[in-house]
Design a protein around this ligand. Structure first.
Ligand SMILES: [Cu+2]
Length: 157
């Protein structure tokens, strides 16, 4: 009985953990809540989002990412093309000194191609961020149905 209670408690705590933002520190960089929206099982791509704050006095750059969950991962941005929004690859994203870069729907995102599978709400997959100065930072991407509440200034579409 005690064992069952312990297991139940562990399961509850594990679930509660997913509701809270998870974050990572690497040198002067602080990486907040990497997440990906749950996609239909047949969707050909997915996108990952996070915010990076730079507490240092020098700018850093995100040069790329990779993940065993996808055959290819690219840094993308959304740009206005007349009435349309289209996305295009960028080679790197600056994390300004004392500032931040936000990856969010409608803006910068990590585009994931050739997925090994589409992950479900609540699942996680590993991803490594490659920074020019801070080096490689391993994070876990949480898959969720809904975008996390945005306390920042991302713009919605
Ligand atoms: Cu894209």
């Amino acid at each position: 009985m005690k064992l069952i209670k312990t297991l139940l408690l562990a399961a509850l705590l594990a679930q509660a953990g997913q509701l809270f933002a998870h974050e990572y520190d690497a040198g002067d960089l602080h990486i907040e809540h990497p997440w990906s929206r749950e996609m239909p099982p047949t969707a050909p791509t997915a996108a990952a989002y996070f915010a990076v704050q730079n507490k240092g006095a020098e700018a850093d750059r995100l040069l790329g990412v990779d993940t065993p969950a996808a055959g290819k991962a690219e840094l993308h941005e959304h740009v206005h093309a007349g009435e349309m929004m289209k996305m295009q690859q960028v080679q790197s994203v600056e994390i300004p000194a004392g500032g931040e870069a936000r990856f969010a729907p409608g803006g910068y995102h990590v585009m994931l191609f050739d997925l090994e599978k589409q992950y479900r709400d609540g699942e996680r997959f590993p991803m490594t961020l490659h920074f020019e100065k801070a080096g490689d930072v391993a994070v876990e991407v949480v898959v969720q149905k809904e975008a996390p509440a945005d306390k920042g200034h991302g713009h919605a579409h």
